[in-house]
Design a protein around this ligand. Structure first.
Ligand SMILES: Cc1cc2nc3c(=O)[nH]c(=O)nc-3n(C[C@H](O)[C@H](O)[C@H](O)COP(=O)(O)OP(=O)(O)OC[C@H]3O[C@@H](n4cnc5c(N)ncnc54)[C@H](O)[C@@H]3O)c2cc1C
Length: 361
């Protein structure tokens, strides 16, 4: 099989890159190593309750993100959650500056499902090799789980790598003509890791008068954020019959424990630390689940919207590491990658962004 453009990674950047190209008439194929859309825009089901273990909420900050939020609100995907986060300081809880926090009651991955409508995606396919052939790129794929009937290779005239830079580097560093200087931008990017703990409680296990829904810890050695996740549900779209907290570790804590094989002490330390901040009730959840994010938040970023490599056929890298505004950067970078591929390929008119998000492809 041969497509015009193969997009590696079906996170926000990959979806945003794929959409305008497909609308413009290119044949586009998304290759995703996991079993669903969204990447770090991730939801998870714990004992039947839906929760978010990646992106926590969206705010109307940044031009592209504001447009996306508006469109998703009109489509009934996003709802306002809270007007202000709380911040834990030595002097006690203080309110952060007001800005509406929007969430998808059915889980934040619903956003990716909405954006991915009409796109062709091969799931559980990890791109492990990209090689130039006489008439384009050959992408060699690894089956992450068995059972999918999709092939283990695909040909493409152009490739977009919409994945964290440290994961893109091994795919491109052995391409013909690559010099260390060309790879410097990719090699210089670093990410902070994060350990995300989901902790589930019975209905009477969380104080009814909890003063916060979203609690930031700017100075804590172990914690970065605590969210009362089950409050993101609505009466018509409830999250489940148990209460659930999401506890995000600090980058330092995650770095120290990322490779730990035994998770129980890590979970206990996060629960104990969170309990010292908000109350002993938090120490005894019914169920827990720990997720390791090796590439959670970009720390050292690339200063341009995308990275165009000098290769035999078009190849562009993009993602949230092309700037410091996370989701806004992922959107902008995906669009920049699409424009760059279009400029190097068939130079078709690309749809304006307003059209893109208001009508699924
Ligand atoms: C716990 C947590 C909380 C966060 N909270 C917020 C928040 O509140 N607000 C905010 O703005 N941002 C937040 N972020 C950051 C935000 O999630 C990211 O900035 C954004 O989602 C990045 O999108 P992306 O498309 O660049 O990358 P990703 O979402 O990482 O997408 C990359 C995709 O590529 C796939 N992939 C990787 N390698 C391969 C391969 N070789 N072959 C095939 N597929 C591959 C991955 O499976 C993934 O689906 C948070 C992140 C984390 C981890």
């Amino acid at each position: 099989m041969k497509v015009d453009v193969a997009v590696v990674g079906a996170g926000l950047a990959g979806l945003t890159a794929a959409l305008p190209l497909q609308v413009a008439g290119y044949s586009v194929l998304l290759l995703e190593k996991s079993r669903g859309l969204g990447g770090r825009l991730a939801s998870y089901r714990l004992n039947g309750s839906r929760c978010d273990r990646g992106v926590r909420y969206l705010t109307e900050e940044g031009r592209l993100l504001s447009g996306l939020v508006r469109s998703l609100r009109q489509r009934g995907v996003l709802e306002p959650w809270i007007e202000q986060s709380h911040v834990y300081r030595a002097e006690g809880l203080v309110l952060d500056s007001p800005r509406t926090h929007y969430v998808a009651p059915e889980g934040m991955s619903q956003i990716a499902k909405e954006l991915g409508q009409g796109l062709t995606v091969w799931y559980s396919r990890r791109v492990q090799e990209i090689t130039p052939q006489a008439d384009g790129w050959r992408l060699g794929l690894e089956a992450v789980v068995e059972g999918s009937k999709d092939p283990l290779e695909v040909m493409a005239e152009a490739v977009i790598l919409a994945i964290p830079a440290p994961q893109a580097l091994p795919l491109v560093q052995t391409l013909p003509g690559m010099t260390p200087e060309m790879l410097t931008p990719l090699a210089a990017v670093t990410y902070d890791p994060c350990l995300t703990l989901l902790a589930q409680y019975p209905q009477d296990g969380v104080p009814a008068d909890l003063p916060w829904r979203s609690l930031e810890f700017p100075d804590d050695p172990d914690l970065s954020w605590l969210g009362f996740d089950s409050s993101k549900g609505t009466p018509s779209k409830p999250r489940g019959d148990r209460l659930l907290l999401v506890i995000n570790s600090s980058p330092e804590f995650a770095r120290s424990h990322l490779e730990d094989r035994e998770f129980t002490p890590v979970i206990e330390q996060l629960l104990n630390q969170a309990a010292t901040r908000v109350g002993d009730w938090l120490k005894t959840p019914e169920t827990t689940h720990l997720h390791r994010w090796r590439y959670a938040i970009p720390r050292q970023v690339w200063s341009q919207d995308s990275l165009v490599l000098q290769t035999p056929f078009p190849l562009v890298c993009c993602g949230d590491w092309c700037g410091s505004r996370q989701v806004e950067t992922a959107l902008r970078s995906g669009l920049a990658a699409a424009s760059s591929i279009n400029a190097q390929h068939q130079q078709r008119p690309l749809p304006p962004i307003s059209q893109l998000w208001d009508s699924p492809s």
